[in-house]
Ligand binder design. Sequence first.
Ligand code: CA
Length: 691
Amino acid sequence: MKLSAQLSAVFSFFIAASVVPGDVPPLASGEWRFHGGTYTDQRYSRLAHINADTINRLKLDWFAEYPSDGGQQATPLIVNGIIYVATAWNVVYAYAAGSGEELWRFDPQVPRAVLIKACCGPVSRGVAYADGKIFAATLDGRLIALGATSGKKLWETLTVPQGGRYTITGAPRVADGKVFIGNGGAEFGARGYVSAYDIDTGALAWRFYTVPGDPSKPFENPILKEAVKTWHGEWWKYGGGGTVWDSMSYDPELNLLYIGVGNSTPYNPAIRTAGMGDNWFVSSIVALDASTGRYVWHYQTTPGDSWDYTATQNMVLADLEIRGELRRVIMQAPKNGFFYVLDRATGELLSADNFSKVTWARGIDLETGRPVLTEEARWWLKDEGSALFPAPGGAHNWQPMAFHPEAGYAYIPVNVYPGTFRAVQEYTFEAVGRTTGLAASSPPLSDPEVRAAAGANLRGQLLAWDPIRQQAAWRIQQRFSGNGGILATGGGLLFQGDTQGMFNAYDALRGEPLWQFDAQSAIVAPPVTYMADGEQYVAVLSGKGGSLARIAGGIISPKVTNISRLLVFKLGGKAVLPDHAPAMIQLPDWTAVEVDAGRAKKGAGLYAHYCMSCHGISTQGNGITPDLRYSPLSGTAAAFKAVVMDGVMAATGMASFSAVLSADETEDIRHYVVQQNQSAQKAGENFRPGR
Ligand code: CA
């Protein structure tokens, strides 16, 4: 290394160290060692070789292909010259970061039938690294340690109850000689918790439950004695929710682990908690002593959450001058549409304002720290429910925001669409599938006008937010929502992929678009940047997937399919993607099949409740899972029943629904699917890309 380079590396070290004292290691090393880059979770790298002047030379350098059997959401890690990638079904790959040579892969062999309790597909948001080990969590709830250079399994432990309602999609985190892992499944009746394991042995160090269990039994953590006072009714019979399914941050100076806690379940508070109470710690940021798991403070972004307004979105640590005082802050833009700045030592609310359209609350009362609810927010009191901003998908979902310490802006992938909140007629705690108590509907999307209107409702934005002034610096309107996580760089750039298959770079100060790459598939995963062999690289996973893509992919990106790849770019790269022409499949002609309109109507409701979240709203398909209108298995009652009731395709992830559906109801759904096939025939929509 040249002396000037060494000096600049040292200089960068001190600059980076001054951004958050104690944060290790700085990205001046050119690595991406932690999920959010460093412990700050800023998703900011000081690397500046790629900048506004050089970006026109940024080209694909190498890529890796994966089975396109699930969405790709992972943040790659780069440690000691190796790039680690978690893909769908938790298969982990390791490559030489510069050349792309595959070093090893590890397949944990996740049983496909577990998919039935995963809200958003077999996705993984990444692995963790510490002390020569890679830590990977699996959809079926295991935590596995692998040798970072060998890829060999060192230990494995089950972190969830066998046969429970849990799944894991989030990335493990590491600190203080421990690996931390949460879980998901609130929509399926889970009770949230976070576990800490010894990185060397895999022994459980501590476990923190985010909601109280059955109060007739001993409380697992002392703070639950306080938390239980905020719950009423018989919540523990439904799990209560509060799953920590994605975000955690860590402050090494304070030794605090921050966990982002998810929504309640069931959503309807009349069922969950006798209509009363704040329901600690749903939709909260909770600070725990990383060594012991002891509760230190919490801030509840949505008290008594009844809207799926998770506080699981990524939490960024920075030191900001607020009202003339340098404060150690933690920032979050949770689903509920408000941007929060808290003191991360105490949890004191410093400021909050809405970064997107919000109709469930008038604002946050800074005295009490509580939202001021609007009249229409209480949807469960209205027969017709309420249409509210944001939708359950949130103004900001899991796609991480970034923070650029020099620009001083947070960059948020914003979703701008309303959701209809309406209670089901009669609530049952389902044995299989979602059990939120929220009524799902099947709008007539075969009508082109209805579909166009639905698409027009699903807008997105890339937002640069000034967290000190609590106002937008700039905002780019995007035609559709659900776009990818953000990377900010010292080259003054932002990188973000989108639902339409493009990978984009923008000027970080002004939001001017600078560069675009046709990735051939939707990108929802967040990009990273790193140094290898003396050059700066940018890497991102492509692969359509996730909750919104599964439900609405047929509306927002009907022509985009899931092509799963790791795409790696550098200045002057020479790789080219193969020509992409998806195989088209033809709609089976069922115009002559008799449809019972009454059965189809009943089937539409059942489809919305049980099938929509995987197969797409109103049978519109999504480019990820089979479009049932196109599936020959929908053609006969016997074949359809064999799949839905008898589980003959469980090995692909389509497990049996016989616990919740009768044979009659299954046939009702089929009548609806055939009816929608006929509508598509009539509209001349006879072909679609395979899958
Ligand atoms: Ca949720």
